[in-house]
Structure formats: structure tokens, C-alpha cells
Design a protein around this ligand. Structure first.
Ligand code: PEP
Length: 339
């Protein structure tokens, strides 16, 4: 059961010193990530042997209980885990694109039984979208790296609208990547308009937010992220949060030579994002919205993030341009963390 695997994986990732013990706070966080009611969390805590004094518990007892038939109620999220591959300009030629799609299709067919519930989406540049939608296995999705750069209502030369993307079979659109914010000057306000237009056209939105190193060093990371999140989603109705995935992408953690954000810090940030969505749009919206980690994720480190309670998937850059690595990243979701 995915929920069982997630809980066990979360125990192991928190128990970095291999003590066999977990704090009650971490156990409760692992269980809450499974969308359980407080009553269900309480009864599972007592199945794990949690005493009212709040001391650490031996999680082996809880795992034995699960293995001997104990079940976690409703222990499955409403949605699939998500893995997006942002190609940026990584492939520039149709022959290379066709070869790469052929490889992804082949690897997908070979692995799909073992992947579980993972939604895979490739994000190529505009010009390849139609071609890729025709060639990529239909079990995988296609998304655009951008949509609609023009001011409101202006049907301007060179603009690609959300409706156009929808008509060629895109499901997702990536908005707010730091390349576009920091190099091309996209503001939170412009992104809010784009988010609205894309949702109105029936697309799902993958909203990227992230702080620069200078912002993090000044101690302003969480405030900056919440500002990016709340401004860009200001007009999103509560019912639409199931069509949004928020990708936390620390700008300092992406690309060659960068160090990924630590799993502990990633969980801290994601939990603040989830709390913010819950406060603004309600708990059901916060549960429906997927929170993705992005920044130097690869086939070696993905399992450390996949088991975190508030990580619902990834967007990968470099690893998304290698079919083996991409499938290996997909395979980590819902699996116990590597020790
Ligand atoms: C990126 O550049 O947006 C990115 C996530 O890249 P990588 O995964 O290669 O760090």
C-alpha cells in the first residue's frame, strides 16, 4: 500500500542515526501527510505505542503491526505523484527530439508496472509540443514551458495563448521559472494573470517559486516564497487547487555544480507552503495541491526527498534529458528511502 510505504519511508528518513526511534511529532507529521482525520491519527499513534508523555517511540512496533494486517485508513492521496521534465532548450533538433521520445516510450513500457501512480509530464519548447504529443505514449503528459506573454487581451505578434496550448494536447504549463523571473523580468503580478488565463483555458499550472542565495542568506527565504505564492495565485478559486502544482525551486540549487536543498530544509519549506495554502484557500485545497521539489534532483538523491511528507513529486532539469535517469527518478516515488 502506498500509504504504508510512505510512512515507513518517512520513519527511516527521520531516523538518520538508525536508532529505531522516532519522535511523536515526526510520527504525527508522517501520518497527517496521508490525509487522515485527527481521530485516525490518534488511534494510529496509539497503535505505534505513543505514550501521552511525548517521548520517542520505537517504530518497529508500528511497522510490525502494519505487516501483521494493521491498516492505515484512506492511506492514499487523491492524486498521483508528479514528475516533470523541464527540457529548457536542451534539445534543438527534431531528429534528436524523435530519438529521445522513442527512448522515453521504450523505458516507460519496460518500467510502468513498477512505477505505481506517477504522472509524468515532459515540458519541451513550444515548437516541439504538437510533434511530441503525437509521438509520446499517451500515458504520459505534455506541458509547455510558458504561455501567453502579452498584456491582458492583447493579441500580439509571437504570443502563444493558453487556448493554443490546450488545442495541441498540452495538459500542463510551467509558469514562474527563475529563468523567466530573473532573466526576463517576469513579476508575480504578471504571473498571476498567466495563472488565471491558463486555468480558465482548462490547463493545469505548474507554478515555480524560489529564492536566490542572497535572499536566503538575508534570512528572507520563507517570506519571499510566500509572497511569490500568494500573489501569483491570488485569484485562484479554492476548487482549482487540484489543477495546481507548486514547484519549490531554490535558485541556488539548480544546474551544474549546485548543491540541492537538504531534505530537512525542503520539508520545512514545503510544510510552510502547505500551511499558507490551507490558511488562504482551506484545507481541502492545500491537500489537493501538489508540492514539488526541484533543484539538482537526480536518480541518486531522489529517494531522500520522495519519502518526505510534503513532497509530492519533482521537476527535473538535467535528469529529464536522460531517459534512464528520468525513469529512475519516477521509480523512487512511493518507495522506501534508500539507506
Ligand atoms: C532547472 O534548471 O530548472 C533545474 C531544475 O535543473 P537541474 O534539475 O538540472 O538542477
Amino acid at each position: 500500500m502506498r500509504g504504508r510505504e510512505r510512512v515507513i519511508a518517512a520513519f527511516k528518513s527521520w531516523d538518520t542515526k538508525n536508532t529505531g526511534l522516532i519522535s511523536q511529532e515526526h510520527l504525527a507529521a508522517a501520518l497527517k501527510s496521508l490525509d487522515l482525520t485527527q481521530g485516525e491519527v490518534d488511534s494510529l499513534m496509539s497503535a505505534a505505542g505513543a505514550e501521552p508523555n511525548g517521548g520517542p517511540i520505537e517504530y518497529a512496533r508500528f511497522v510490525d503491526w502494519l505487516d501483521s494486517g494493521g491498516s492505515i485508513p484512506n492511506a492514499c492521496k487523491e492524486y498521483k505523484f508528479f514528475v516533470g521534465a523541464n527540457w529548457k532548450c536542451g534539445l534543438e533538433d527534431v531528429i534528436e527530439v524523435d530519438e529521445f521520445i522513442g527512448k522515453i516510450n521504450e523505458k516507460w513500457m519496460a518500467k510502468r508496472e513498477s512505477l505505481g501512480d506517477v504522472e509524468v509530464c515532459v515540458f519541451p519548447p513550444y515548437v516541439f509540443l504538437d510533434r511530441i504529443r503525437r509521438k509520446l505514449n499517451r500515458e504520459m503528459q505534455v506541458g509547455s514551458q510558458n504561455a501567453w506573454d502579452a498584456a491582458s487581451g492583447f493579441k500580439c505578434t509571437g504570443v502563444v495563448s493558453a487556448a493554443m496550448l490546450k488545442s495541441v494536447g498540452c495538459k500542463w504549463v510551467l509558469l514562474g521559472h527563475s529563468d523567466r523571473r530573473n532573466v526576463l523580468g517576469e513579476t508575480n503580478e504578471l504571473l498571476a494573470e498567466k495563472v488565471k488565463r491558463c486555468l480558465d483555458s482548462g490547463l493545469c499550472v505548474n507554478l515555480t517559486i524560489g529564492e536566490t542565495l542572497a535572499v536566503r542568506e538575508a534570512g528572507n527565504a520563507i517570506n519571499t516564497l510566500l509572497e511569490q505564492l500568494t500573489t501569483a495565485t491570488a485569484s485562484v478559486p479554492a476548487d482549482d487547487w487540484g489543477r495546481i502544482a507548486v514547484a519549490y525551486e531554490p535558485v541556488w540549487a539548480i544546474g551544474e555544480g549546485a548543491t540541492p536543498c537538504s531534505p530537512e530544509e525542503t520539508q520545512r519549506v514545503h510544510s510552510a507552503l502547505r500551511a499558507c495554502i490551507s490558511e488562504r484557500a482551506g484545507e481541502p485545497a492545500a491537500k489537493k495541491c501538489r508540492l514539488l521539489y526541484t533543484g539538482s534532483v537526480n536518480e541518486k538523491n531522489a529517494s531522500q526527498y520522495a519519502s518526505l511528507p510534503d513532497v509530492d513529486g519533482f521537476v527535473v532539469g538535467r535528469a529529464g534529458l536522460d531517459a534512464d535517469k528520468l525513469m529512475a527518478v519516477c521509480q523512487t516515488l512511493g518507495q522506501p528511502a534508500a539507506q
